[in-house]
Design a protein around this ligand. Sequence first.
Ligand SMILES: NC(=O)c1ccccc1
Length: 533
Amino acid sequence: MSVLFTSISENNPVKPGDAEDLLKPFGLTIDPSEASDFHTLLAAVHDCAEGVAALPDYQPIPDQTKYPRENVRRPGKDEQVLGQAWAHKFLIRGSKEGGVLAGKSVSLKDVIAVAGVPQLMGSDIIPSWTPTTDATVLTRLLEAGADIHGTSTCENFCHSTSSFTSAQGTVENPHAAGYSAGGSTSGGTALVAAGLVDITIGGDQGGSIRVPASFCGCVGLKPTHGRVPFTGISSGDAMNDHAGPLTRNVLDAATCLDVISGYDGIDDRSLGSGKPGSTSFAASLSQDSKRLEGVRIGILKEGFEHNAVSSSVKHSVLTAVKKFRDLGATIEEVSLPDHLHGPAIWTIQQRIAGAQTLLGQNTGRRGLYTTEMEHARLPWTDEGFQRAFPSTKNVIINGLYLMSRFPGLYGKAANIGRQLSDKYEALFEKYDVLVMPTTPVVAPKNEKRGLPLESLKPSMGLTINTAIFNVTGHPAISIPIGTAPAMDNVEVMLPVGMQVVGGLWQEEKILRVTHAWESHFDWKKMHFSTSEN
Ligand SMILES: NC(=O)c1ccccc1
């Protein structure tokens, strides 16, 4: 017995009947003969909790003398760009000793802890909180010489692939004002596309790196699950969390991935990632011939067949894929009908685990918990719930429903997700990479928040090809491969993204293939206006 139930504290608030009340919603009762003992045991665990709550927290404290945060501020109107792309502006200069990212300017999605910089996470319902720790990715970027220019706008709680949902305001697509930049890494992707920073570190739980990359004409890389430690990054849930770079070219993404990869001694999800500094993605690209002889590329039929995929996106991605043949690769159509189950499996997984995270019930990992945020945002108040964006409310409502009406379904979804992972892995025995459209359409127009269905409609269906790889953990990159007309206006040409997916831990292959493509073809010159659009 690890709790000394013989010495309950004098001011212990636990009353007889409390244990019974806790069980009531589940239809469970305590036999009267056991009531007194369970009262004592509950009182004992209360004292235990008070004891742990009184201990000092344990978080890595960064060296702010070595890396001071200069001029931290919410940008004024004159400093704001692309709508509201910045969350906070500041400057942290990278290591004076330089490094592979010396001279590169970086923004961090506003879910990545920067000690001393308030984190908004696209919401206005959490009382302001300021991390005391730096995320592992930030420490590594600074050591590699990168300059951090600010945090960039994140969609509301990371819960949307639109770019009008943040409480901080709308982010505009740099290619055409009024159009979505995609989300939830909206602000940073727009900054990269506009040339205002070189790199953004994004977060992706269902497509939040790859969707904005597709809409803004950027390179967006979601690495293998666990490749990059999630330490100090606010979580969607432990299974689908990924962090990775958004850049204007594949080489920068590879260089950044080398910098941020590897186990940090904290996040147990990155235990399989090897030592930091042990990858050489950028070096192998530099030595590469940019030819693809011997490379086998699978065109995933189901990724094109979904009825949400517009004919101009289908046509432009297929045209881009055929160009791999010019580079010496073999291309072949491949079918995996189960790919079409991906969105449903992700939905069950994300709603249940996402609700648990939102309600503060996430458990099961060894890693850093951002306790300051937990204290700032919990418990939920109805006032906060009312102001939450409909997608966040929906995660909570859906998650509670699924947990009460479909007990055990999370486990089944996780098992089927693993089965899907095994089926993709079997395809990667035959093919080096699989290709498909990143998003089924080009950027839609930015809307305004309204009633729930109206607010969610512009993002519906956007993650049909991205979200399943958050469940399976496969590495996936989106690169721009051309432009196609906006859905509402044939005069407006917008970027089209191609997703290239690799086997687990096979980032080298997706980087090689996409690096070769962008070395030979200029996406900005490839326009796909089809009459049947
Ligand atoms: N954070 C995400 O990737 C996300 C994507 C789509 C819907 C909800 C969340």
